[in-house]
Design a protein around this ligand. Structure first.
Ligand SMILES: [Zn+2]
Length: 303
């Protein structure tokens, strides 16, 4: 341990003293953390007579008395701090989403892709919370453009997204609610960010009205709407950060009608797949559209 003493006053002695019994635990591995690195060490006592090892109370004294028989095996340490995971890839000045209270309304094709991107940006970590709300189950027809795979068919989209995210980010605080979105809005008024990813215009209008009411009382909450047009020819993300700024109704003044600033060349030419046995008619588009608008929403959330 002379190398330790040469680095810092009595560092080697402090490392030796760190080994041994602490209450119920036997400490046989010690880590040293510095600003630029962390090193670990454990004892290789294979050459020490077993009767010496049994005197656990004085492990540190035993080390000093048998230093020629004990090897110290280094442990390679990999830093896993939330700062390193969530901040290192962001541009200087950008903040990640750790510590924020965030809800995603709708865990369909956009919401499910988005929840993973937000978790990768720190949502749910370091004291934050990520709430996912949807009352539908994953169906076979969803798999082609949903983040979840066929192993989740029949499960609640919200709780299955939660489980999948917790598998990837075990320490994150993520909560999936298999619930009606409108019924849960009253619980979301104190959050930092609420993202409507339902892509259902009628529901977005209700969320918009709720958001405007909340923003009059709570200046902190930011609302966001992420949606696709037609067969995903265009996607948009609208961030509403104050009650007197443009809202969802400003973009789409008449439900079911073209938007005020229509991004499509011909808003009336939508391809619809007709109803089949047991299935409603639907608007076909691939996963790429959902992933792009989810990417746009996650970039906006970092702003
Ligand atoms: Zn408006």
């Amino acid at each position: 341990m002379s190398w330790g003493n040469s680095l810092e006053d009595r560092l080697g002695d402090r490392v030796i003293n760190a080994f041994g019994r602490r209450g119920e635990s036997e400490i046989d591995t010690v880590f040293l953390q510095a600003q630029n690195a962390t090193v670990g060490m454990t004892l290789d006592t294979s050459d020490v007579p077993p009767q010496l090892l049994k005197r656990k109370a004085g492990l540190n004294k035993m080390i000093l008395a048998n230093s020629n028989k004990i090897k110290i095996a280094p442990i390679l340490c990999m830093p896993v701090s939330s700062d390193l995971m969530f901040q290192r890839n962001l541009e200087h000045g950008s903040k990640n989403l750790t510590g924020k209270q965030i809800a995603i309304l709708g865990c369909g094709t956009i919401g499910s892709q988005l929840c993973k991107l937000l978790a990768q940006n720190g949502a749910g970590s370091s004291g934050g919370e990520l709430v996912l709300i949807d009352n539908q189950n994953l169906g076979t027809e969803n798999v082609g453009r949903h983040w979840l795979g066929p192993n989740r068919i029949g499960q609640s989209k919200a709780t299955a997204c939660e489980r999948e995210l917790v598998r990837l980010f075990p320490r994150a605080n993520i909560r999936g609610l298999n619930a009606n979105i409108v019924d849960t809005l009253k619980e979301l008024a104190e959050l930092d960010l609420v993202i409507d990813a339902t892509g259902e215009e009628a529901l977005s209008v209700q969320v918009n009205e709720w958001l405007k009411g909340v923003q009059l009382r709570n200046e902190k909450i930011v609302g966001m709407f992420a949606y696709l047009y037609g067969n995903a020819e265009a996607g948009q993300v609208l961030m509403v950060d104050a009650s007197d700024h443009a809202c969802f109704r400003c973009i789409k003044p008449r439900q079911g009608q073209p938007a005020r600033y229509e991004p499509r060349r011909d808003p009336n030419s939508i391809e619809i797949t007709p109803a089949a046995c047991g299935q409603a008619p639907f608007v076909p588009y691939g996963v790429a559209g959902s992933v792009m608008v989810a990417g746009l929403a996650s970039a906006a959330a970092l702003d």
